[in-house]
Write a protein that binds this ligand. Structure first.
Ligand code: ADP
Length: 613
């Protein structure tokens, strides 16, 4: 009841019990042996402990009764064999349960990764979603965090509860007061620990924020790409000062946390002394009064401290389960985070090879989520645009005009705040968004190269690669000569951060690789957001010359700062103040003498007459 109230108060959606069930369910589906091995682990631990408890008192009792030597030897042999077999079985179980637990943790981690890479794109702008991701990864990254360590907690709880029940039965002849004092002091210790755990949970965000900053600074300092800037701009000192500032904050936080741990440890110590003092005094009193013999004294003496350990074990287990349940809360909240777009529940959308696709933006108004929950300024206001099948559309405008945002709306990365994006007259919101993405391919401003071979990067698949097609696309993108002179050719690894033997491609070469990837996907709609920004003029010219071949039979949206490069498009849009300010072919726009002409002439002054102008 108490737990329920606090969980509701803090907005915890699932609670410890449901989160534990979640783990059991995941294990049942993925590696069921994890569950019964955990049970076996607990049972064997209790068995070993029972044998250890009885061994000395039994021998002592035999000695007291003057048993024969052979009887004594048999008893010792019996216990030794028992403890050897139980310990060996226990060790065997412990070794074999590890890989199953790791598998379950990785399985849940993969779910988190899948959610991250396939969830609605705007969720990436949501701070609470990203915070949950960090917490979920933290819970699953290490084997000492809840994602794996919870199995130890389950085992320990089972072991301690079983032990508690058995010892309770054993100690039934001991005064109830001793048992009650033992239980009461252990419960009090638990309550103190519970509040320390709660404090930790409530201040987790503060801890994470500081750690995130320290980690960011350390990563930047090591970053290969920043190595030049750090040296030239003397950024090192600045980074050191920032690190000092956040380290101080972190140490201050640790100090506050340690104070609470200290109080909890002190409470444990005092309560432990009280509990043991009373119990041992009572047992000594019974021996001295002749109520129990030496063997029984030894049995109860060991049992009372064992009994305390079981109670402490139960309380610690509950406390740990509570903390781990809270850690798992982030995993579950992340996995169940409500999607903004329709995914599997949306209508199926299959790419039909001969079908024409028309994209229409109807009366679209869009603004990004501003910082601090405030809505940002509108990027587009009541925008109307139709991209006809096979049309080549160029989008130009000043920085910040909204060119990339337009591409994001066409790609379905964001939905408009008002108005609709339609595919052949149907609002794309009704489709499974993942199907919609299959219709689109693009080259975006930031290159997403994976640490794999050239062929994998082009095919975006590590298993089914059509090598002929890879070579054809690399050829069309103008990268064939470069790749084929490399010793490993299409098997050349990329990304030196991961592979020591990787080849470093230049910005322009990477951009060509991205074009090859776009061609390999062969989708009916393509978007090119400054696809030649990193190319030299000859390479750029080469891509322009091939533009019609590259986009043949496809609808293409092309963003460029180089106004002359838009000549070969069917239509040019000039975006300004959230609207389409001008629209037409290159010649038409130059003929009207307005903004496009002004920008074009301004840019032309810096270029000599030639192919680019
Ligand atoms: P362009 O591509 O024409 O340079 P963008 O489409 O990138 O312009 O940006 C249009 C406007 O939207 C700019 O004012 C930019 O600051 C803002 N903007 C872009 N991306 C985001 C974002 N993720 N969150 C908030 N504002 C953004």
């Amino acid at each position: 009841m108490f737990k329920k109230v606090t969980e509701r108060k803090k907005g915890k959606k699932y609670g410890v019990f449901k989160n534990s069930l979640f783990m059991l369910q995941e294990a049942k589906n993925k590696v069921p042996s994890v569950i019964w091995l955990a049970v076996l682990d607990g049972l064997l631990a209790v068995a070993v402990s029972m044998i250890e408890l009885y061994i000395a008192p039994t021998i002592l009792e035999k000695l007291e009764r003057h048993s024969t030597l052979s009887e004594l030897l048999y008893t010792i042999l019996f216990f030794t064999a028992g403890i050897t077999i139980a310990s060996a079985a226990w060790a065997y179980v412990r070794i074999n349960m590890m890989h199953g637990r790791i598998e379950v943790r990785i399985h849940i981690m993969n779910k988190v990764r899948y959610k991250m890479s396939t969830s609605s794109y705007p969720l990436r702008d949501k701070q609470d979603f990203m915070d949950l991701l960090v917490k979920a990864c933290d819970t699953l990254n290490d084997n000492d965090k809840a994602g794996e360590a919870i199995w130890n907690t389950f085992t320990e709880l089972l072991q301690n509860i079983l032990g508690f029940v058995i010892y309770l039965y054993l100690l039934k002849s001991v005064d109830m007061v001793v048992i009650l004092v033992t239980i009461a002091t252990a419960v009090l210790g638990y309550i103190v620990n519970y509040y320390v755990n709660e404090w930790n949970y409530q201040h987790r965000k503060e801890d994470e924020e500081i750690c995130k900053r320290v980690e960011y600074i350390l990563n930047r300092a090591e970053d290969r790409y920043l190595a030049k800037d750090i040296r030239i701009f003397g950024m090192w000192e600045w980074l050191c000062r920032l690190q000092d500032k956040y380290m101080k904050l972190y140490l201050d936080f640790c100090g506050r946390r340690e104070k609470r741990y200290f109080v909890a440890d002190l409470a444990d110590l005092v309560l432990g002394m009280l509990r043991n003092g009373i119990a041992y005094a009572y047992l000594l009193y019974m021996v001295l009064g002749g109520q129990i013999g030496a063997a029984e004294f030894l049995l109860y003496f060991t049992a009372v401290s064992g009994f305390t350990a079981w109670i402490n074990g139960i309380m610690n287990g509950i406390s740990t389960l509570h903390r781990q349940g809270l850690e798992l809360e982030s995993v579950r909240e992340f996995l169940d985070y409500k999607e903004i777009f329709c995914m599997e529940e949306g209508q199926l959308l299959c790419q039909e090879p001969e079908r024409d696709y028309t994209i229409e933006l109807r009366d679209v108004t869009f603004r990004y989520a501003g910082s601090g929950g405030e809505p940002a300024k509108e990027v587009f206001s009541h925008l109307n645009l139709t991209i006809h099948p096979g049309e080549k559309l160029a989008v130009v405008g000043l920085n910040g005009a909204g060119k990339t945002t337009l591409v994001k709306l066409i790609c379905g990365f964001y939905d408009p705040d008002e108005g609709e994006v339609l595919l052949n007259g149907v609002n794309i919101k009704v489709y499974n968004r993942r199907d919609y993405y299959k219709l689109i391919s693009g080259v975006f401003q930031d290159f997403s190269v994976v640490a794999a071979t050239v062929a994998v990067n082009v095919a975006q698949d590590a298993f089914q690669i059509d090598m002929e097609r890879v070579q054809d696309c690399v050829g069309k993108a103008g990268l064939k000569k470069k790749i084929e002179t490399l010793p490993q050719k299409y098997g050349t690894l990329l990304d030196r951060d991961v592979h020591i033997k990787a080849v470093e491609l230049s910005g322009g070469e990477l951009q060509r690789l991205m074009i090859a990837r776009l061609l390999y996907k062969d989708s009916p709609i393509i978007v090119l957001d400054e696809p030649t920004a990193a190319l030299d003029p000859i390479a750029e010219n080469d891509i322009y010359q091939k533009y019609n071949e590259l986009t043949k039979g496809k609808s293409a949206v092309f963003i460029s700062h180089r106004l002359a490069s838009t000549r070969f498009c069917d239509r040019i849009l000039l975006i300004e103040d959230g609207k389409i300010a001008e629209e037409g072919t290159h010649e038409e726009l130059l003929g009207n003498g307005k903004r496009y002409t002004e920008l074009f002439e301004m840019q032309s002054r810096y270029y000599q007459e030639g192919e680019l102008v």
